[in-house]
Each structure stands twice: as structure tokens, then as C-alpha cells.
Design a protein around this ligand. Structure first.
Ligand code: ZN
Length: 243
């Protein structure tokens, strides 16, 4: 994964604003990955999320802070944990493992070809009116007959293929367990690294644009000069201007 400069990250953020929300994380990854790794929108979700944890560490470090509301009493609690405490699935992956492999299995005497769902699949099913329609569309996109028989696959064969996909992608499911400080209720909540990292990048970019506006209008520095400064130095100038 390439190291993203502030300038490249700001360009990536701007491109993400024009992308559908479900493709923003992949658009960010496209800026940090090589062309040989393929289009991140077509990476399996588990692979995409593993790469997003890597990107998160590179951009903002290993420590994650989040505020959650208790599922029972609504009390807000602050949580702090490390990326390695919650990440599952493929660890920093070699470029060749990022491609979405087509797998072939035999179920009920039928040969089935299937692949893992991608960000593009999630976007395609997002507009479906119900869970069943979304499920049918996902099956249509990811599972194909691989033999010469003309009959459609049986329900049992489709269910088995879906199970295999779920096993392959199990690493994409990250859960965090919370203990409420107010009512002691314990519950687990999914952690969506794609949405979380996008919010962090969006906050960072909006802060950076404010800094550029402030320093350019007060000191006359160019955007490129301000982007090349360290965060610490920008903070010092910001404090001086606010005195
Ligand atoms: Zn509570």
C-alpha cells in the first residue's frame, strides 16, 4: 500500500464526495493501491476491509476512539481500542491475493461457480425493495452454473453456495462488545470500518480546508505549502492566530 501524502488524500476525499456512499471506502483505497492490485470496488468485502484497517493505521494510527450509545438505556460511552484488537480476516495482504477468485464446487451433483460479494454488489442490491429481492440479486450476480445441464440450480445447491461464500467472508464481520457504565448492560455491535474511516477522512479533510483558508488568507501561503506542513506545525500556527 502506498503512503498517502496530505495532498493525495485531499484529492481522494474530493473524488469520494462524488461517489455513492457505498463506494467511498473503495475510492479511498484506489488512491493507496497499485493498478496491479485491480479495482478495489471489485475486491471481496473481507479483503477490502483488511486493506481499510491497514489504511486506517497508516493515516491515523492504531488507536481508535469511538462514542457509542447503550442499546438499553441510551447512555453515551467513550471507547478506546487498538486496530489489532478488533481486526479479523486477511492480515495485510499481498497484491495477488486481492483479486476475487472464482471458486468451483460440486453440490448435489451440480457444478457451481461462485465468487465473493464486492462493493459493487453491495451498491447493486442497496436499491432493492426487500431482503428477498436483494438476496436473489446477489445470488444472480455471484453464483453461476458451471456444468452443461440446463436446469436451474436447486434451492439446496444455492443455499450451500451461499454458506460457502459466508465462510469465505467471515473475516469481514467485526464486532465490538460494550459494557454500559450506567446500567451494566453488555452487548455486541458490528463495527463498519468502511463507514468509520470515511467519517474520519471527511473530518480531516474539512479541517484541512479550513486551515488552508485560514493560513492562505492570513499569511499568503499556497495550498501546496500548507498541505506539506506537519499536523503539529499547522496546530501551532492555528493557536497563534486564535490568540
Ligand atoms: Zn446502559
Amino acid at each position: 500500500m502506498r503512503v498517502l501524502s496530505a495532498s493525495i488524500l485531499l484529492d481522494a476525499w474530493e473524488r469520494c464526495l462524488d461517489a455513492p456512499a457505498l463506494l467511498r471506502a473503495s475510492t479511498l483505497l484506489a488512491s493507496a493501491s497499485d493498478q496491479s492490485e485491480g479495482d478495489p470496488r471489485q475486491w471481496p468485502i473481507a479483503t477490502r476491509d483488511a486493506a481499510l484497517f491497514d489504511l486506517r493505521e497508516q493515516l491515523f494510527g492504531r488507536s481508535i476512539e469511538a462514542i457509542v450509545a447503550c442499546a438499553k438505556c441510551g447512555e453515551h460511552a467513550e471507547l478506546e481500542f487498538l486496530v489489532e484488537d478488533i481486526r479479523n480476516g486477511p492480515s495485510p495482504s499481498a497484491p495477488s491475493s486481492r483479486h476475487n477468485k472464482i471458486r468451483v464446487v460440486e453440490v448435489d451433483g451440480r457444478r457451481i461457480r461462485y465468487r465473493a460479494p464486492t462493493s459493487e454488489d453491495l451498491l447493486a442490491i442497496a436499491g432493492c425493495s426487500g431482503v428477498e429481492t436483494a438476496r436473489s440479486m446477489l445470488i444472480e450476480r455471484c453464483i453461476k452454473v458451471a456444468d452443461r445441464r440446463r436446469q436451474a440450480l436447486s434451492q439446496a445447491a444455492l443455499e450451500r453456495a451461499l454458506e460457502l461464500i459466508a465462510i469465505d467472508q467471515a473475516g469481514a464481520d467485526v464486532e465490538i462488545t460494550f459494557d454500559c457504565p450506567a446500567c451494566s448492560h453488555r452487548w455486541a455491535s458490528p463495527f463498519d470500518i468502511a463507514a468509520f474511516l470515511w467519517r474520519e477522512v471527511d473530518d480531516w479533510a474539512r479541517g484541512m480546508v479550513r486551515d488552508i483558508h485560514l493560513f492562505a488568507s492570513r499569511y499568503g501561503w499556497s495550498e501546496a505549502e500548507i498541505l506539506s506542513m506537519s499536523a503539529r506545525r499547522r496546530e501551532q500556527y492555528r493557536e497563534l492566530l486564535c490568540e
